[in-house]
Write a protein that binds this ligand. Structure first.
Ligand SMILES: Cc1cc2nc3c(=O)[nH]c(=O)nc-3n(C[C@H](O)[C@H](O)[C@H](O)COP(=O)(O)O)c2cc1C
Length: 270
């Protein structure tokens, strides 16, 4: 996987009536069998059929195939879900398939039934899978405008040096520039981009800046899913930059605003 695929990915809500070839579907099936989660939280995926499984979304046109994922409630589950599901989204993009993360605008009950969701399980999001239509629907164009989907916050808004008082410019980010740029362009729920990071010489600390009213009991904290996406993008950018590191959770105690929670640290290997 690489950052080129990330730059190519855009949400697709309008699909062509074209079947996914069996060979491509087999690649998807094989990919989804792997354990791609983070912090030892397994994520399980299923491929669903819109007609047979009676699933769908009011914002999607023309897609017959969906992929959904679920986890058992536990610490770090949302992070692992975001990380694993985004890896899949990027893999699908590399196969020429369109996707869009859907957490809110789905027939949730129908998906949860099709996923045989147990009491202690959560299915945070699903994606349709198929080929993008040449033209987006009017509704999709309006959504993109409303969410400002083609723009992102600036580097200095999101990333800091040593503490939250010092905004970091891309040109000053050195070895962290590409991995952080990869985070900056990631998708997030309603494009809120809740990730923040404080860099040091050999480590980068990630934080979740919470939007009020987002965390829900039944579906977990969707912005933690966004943070899992950020960790996925950062890691791929770091690998591409030739860096070798690993994820740990050890709060460095950097003073942060009340709405900003420490999530995880990328540490370079000595
Ligand atoms: C966790 C998550 C949940 C999302 N939920 C929805 C959703 O319910 N409906 C929808 O149309 N888009 C949803 N999106 C897509 C975002 O709106 C989209 O990624 C963002 O606007 C940026 O656009 P882009 O993906 O084209 O870069 C979701 C994205 C993420 C990461």
């Amino acid at each position: 996987m690489n950052t080129k695929v990330m730059r190519e990915r855009k949400s697709v809500r309008t699909y062509r009536k074209q079947d996914i070839p069996e060979q491509t579907l087999n690649q998807v099936r094989d990919y989804l069998k792997q354990d791609t989660g983070l912090f030892d939280v397994p994520i399980t995926f299923s491929i669903l059929n819109a007609q047979e499984d009676h699933v769908g979304s009011p914002v999607i046109l023309g897609a017959d195939t969906y992929v959904a994922g679920k986890y058992k409630k536990q610490k770090n589950a949302e992070l692992s879900f975001g990380y694993a599901f985004e890896k899949f989204v990027l893999y699908a993009t590399s196969l020429g398939l369109g996707t869009v993360w859907l957490a809110a605008t789905i027939d949730r009950k129908a998906f949860e039934k099709a996923m045989c969701l147990e009491e202690d399980e959560v299915m945070p999001a699903v994606t349709p899978l198929g080929y993008a239509a040449e033209k987006r629907s009017i509704r999709e164009n309006m959504m993109r405008k409303g969410l400002k989907s083609d723009s992102r916050r600036s580097f200095e808004d999101l990333f800091f040096y040593e503490d939250f008082q010092n905004p970091l410019k891309a040109a000053d980010a050195g070895r962290w520039q590409l991995p952080l740029e990869a985070v900056r362009i990631a998708p997030s729920a309603t494009n809120k981009q809740p990730w923040r990071a404080v860099v040091e010489k050999d480590s980068v600390h990630f934080y979740e800046k919470k939007t009020k009213g987002y965390a829900k009991e039944a579906t977990g904290d969707v912005q933690k899913v966004d943070l899992g996406i950020a960790l996925c993008h950062f890691e791929i950018g770091a690998e591409e930059s030739g860096l070798k590191g690993r994820w740990i959770q050890a709060d460095p105690g950097i003073p942060s605003a009340e709405d900003t929670e420490y999530i995880a640290t990328y540490m370079l290997e000595a």
